[in-house]
Design a protein around this ligand. Structure first.
Ligand code: ATP
Ligand code: MG
Ligand code: MG
Length: 541
């Protein structure tokens, strides 16, 4: 196979080129030795985001992930004859907010349609969706991914959004292999979904995973979807094809219902490899629906979706067109409860993750890659900002402490910052104490570990009890500095020869020998002072 998928950066559309334009795709990828260009991957996603609402899209049944099977099913959800849909205002607002945040045009008039298919967990035999005229069109999802050996170079990319449509979720089929039965749970039937259809602007699994992670953050910031992929709140269908740049797009396969960003990347890259092998072997790719088997890491054809689907779309006769307004266009005497105002929702949009990251970098001078980690972890931005404000410690020190020590502990316990409440409050105070007393490093880690055990002792108490406070005694530190200088002759000569970077190594040694307690600023000052003196006779020059 002539194309490697180890990295998509060489084959992906770069930040400076308008995504999706044929010229962008044909501008590179030519194999200098070959007469025809190499095959490249094309990826387009359909993302189903479950709307964060207390009730379903067209009924008043509760939405609850963990309720007992079939305990939240209204007559309408079960498709009993004579029942009618009543549109949930909250779902409409969520779709409008999502569209606005992604720069879409909001259609002031949109329509509902029936999409028919036969499946046991779809009792009506059709799903209500928005095929002809969806609520939002156009728009763009900007995302970044970190590349480079240390993953510290930020590459910005864009993917165009074709449309966002409101639709119903289906029920769930639960397969009981022991009894050879399939059981149906209709709790999910009729839950509000936003289907976001993305244009085929991506070229590999890594890009698709980064785009989905960014969308997840945006939806969470908006509060329109909780975005928990493992609970199925965000499910992705990956459309994948290969072609030679300059030629029409290849036949796509659709890998259905992927519920983790990591699996999404793996499924797409596997599927690209598979299709490239087919095309290079002279075969043709079939337009089929496939599933990802995470155990084998392979995609396999789905038996139930063989052949071309005819959904027999028709207008939904029980729902009038959905009309949205701006404040100025609301007709007189309209019931305000029946009105969704687009301009009002626009004003209510919160700060989006991209803006938060930029703000963290400019306000606190932290590295861009650190701003990504802060924003990616639920509750960590507020935590970081709170600690900086309360301690007035240098943000660069706080970020080191938060990312290295706090996150390490949280990961061990499989917790997020928000979940660590009620520990959150004492933790914040412990950070304050640590920032004042011992700045960062090993002593802070010890304090945190003690607090985590829940002994009830305060951070200050632990610092005093274990003698973890910052060491500020000049003569004590000077002695350690001298010992370190004497035992590192090569480093000292390198420093004296002008290699200033070596100083950090010596500072590190002093901190190590004092178990991280020596005040780093004092250590630096003493080392510089000691090393500025002319060497004694016999000492390395
Ligand atoms: N050649 C291609 N290669 C990869 N992706 C493609 C290609 N052509 C279209 N796509 C992607 O396929 C998706 C099509 O989604 P859309 O909802 O319009 O139709 P569908 O998949 O036929 O319908 P359904 O909603 O029933 O799955 C889009 O995300 C689009 O970007
Ligand atoms: Mg679709
Ligand atoms: Mg599809």
């Amino acid at each position: 196979m002539s194309t490697s998928l180890s990295s998509c950066s060489s084959r992906s559309r770069s930040a400076s080129v308008q995504p999706g334009s044929p010229s962008a795709a044909s501008a590179r990828h030519w194999n200098s030795s070959a007469t025809s260009p190499q095959l490249v991957g094309v990826v387009g996603l359909e993302i189903h985001a479950q709307i964060y609402a207390s009730t379903k899209l067209f009924s008043s049944s509760q939405v609850c992930f963990s309720s007992p099977p079939n305990s939240s099913v209204s007559f309408f959800d079960a498709a009993l004859p004579g029942t009618l849909p009543v549109l949930n205002r909250r779902c409409v607002e969520a779709a409008v907010m999502t569209g606005l945040a992604l720069g879409c045009t909001i259609n002031k008039r949109s329509l509902f349609d029936r999409k028919h298919y036969f499946y046991a967990d779809l009792p009506a035999g059709y799903q209500i969706t928005q095929q002809r005229l969806p609520i939002a069109v156009g728009g763009r999802l900007s995302y970044s991914h970190l590349v480079g050996r240390k993953r510290n170079q930020v590459v910005d990319k864009n993917v165009r959004i074709k449309q966002i449509q409101l639709e119903q979720d289906s029920g769930k089929s639960l397969h009981d292999s022991y009894r050879s039965q399939t059981l149906i749970d209709l709790n999910r039937a009729g839950v509000g979904l936003m289907e976001l259809v993305l244009e085929p602007d991506m070229s590999c699994g890594e890009e698709a995973a980064a785009a989905v992670r960014e969308l997840q953050l945006i939806l969470q910031a908006l509060g329109t979807c909780q975005g928990n992929m493992s609970e199925g709140q965000l499910r992705v269908d990956a459309n994948v094809s290969v072609h030679r740049p300059g030629e029409p797009l290849g036949v796509r396969t659709e890998v259905k219902n992927i519920n983790s960003a990591r699996f999404l990347a793996r499924a797409i890259d596997y599927e690209l490899q598979r299709q490239m092998a087919v095309v290079e072997g002279g075969g043709t790719v079939l337009n089929e629906t496939r599933a990802f088997d995470f155990k084998s890491g392979q995609t396999v054809p789905m038996r139930d979706k063989e052949g071309l689907q005819d959904y027999r779309f028709m207008p939904e006769p029980n729902l009038p067109p959905l009309i949205l307004y701006e404040r100025e266009t609301v007709p007189a005497h309209t019931d305000p409860r029946q009105v969704v105002l687009v301009d009002q929702l626009q004003e209510q949009l919160p700060e989006l993750p991209r803006v938060t990251r930029d703000r963290l970098v400019t306000t606190y001078g932290i590295l861009p890659e650190h701003s990504f980690t802060l924003v990616n972890e639920d509750g960590l931005v507020d935590y970081f900002v709170g600690v900086v404000q309360q301690t007035r410690a240098e943000p660069k020190k706080v970020i080191g402490w938060v990312l290295n020590d706090l996150l390490g502990l949280l990961k061990q316990q499989c917790l997020t910052v928000s979940q660590s409440c009620p520990l959150g409050v004492p933790l914040k105070w412990s950070l304050c104490v640590c920032a004042r007393v011992c700045v960062c490093g090993e002593p802070c880690r010890q304090v945190l570990q003690e607090l985590w055990k829940g002994s009830g002792k305060s951070a200050k108490h632990i610092v005093e009890e274990q003698g973890l406070g910052l060491m500020r005694d000049r003569s004590e530190i000077q002695q350690v500095c001298r010992r370190v200088i004497d035992s590192h002759p090569d480093e000292v000569s390198a420093l004296r020869a002008g290699n200033k970077n070596v100083l950090n190594k010596l500072i590190g040694q002093v901190r190590k020998q004092t178990k991280g307690r020596a005040d780093p600023q004092l250590v630096r000052a003493i080392l510089e002072e000691e090393l500025s003196r002319p060497p004694f006779h016999g000492e390395t020059t």
